[in-house]
Design a protein around this ligand. Sequence first.
Ligand SMILES: [Cu+2]
Length: 128
Amino acid sequence: MAFVRHWGALVLVGGLLVAGCAASDPAGSAPTTTVAGDSDSLVVAVRIAGGSVSPAGVRLETTVGRPIEIVVDSDTDDELHVHATPEHTFAITPGTGLRFRFTVDVPGRVEIELHHARRTVATLLVRG
Ligand SMILES: [Cu+2]
């Protein structure tokens, strides 16, 4: 987890800056691909295909304890990294409809990243 070292020093107000361990994405290519989830969870659909990732750098708001589901379609292996406390790491393998579910217990900004693609998929602003 060499990428995460800088995270502890980041305290950003306003949620306007994108920072994280992945290379920054020039002006997010996909505005948002969130879809409504059942049982009040936040569902984020992620697609990895041909070396490109969507969404890229979107900002989403949620609340502490609300389940978050990442649904992944991918044509390659990758590692999904959630910079929460505690952090979560999920292995992505080629396939469709891979589901990763977690909750965030500490308010703040949480980056969701793909370490192999070196992309920040989304930044969650988690309210207490
Ligand atoms: Cu990371």
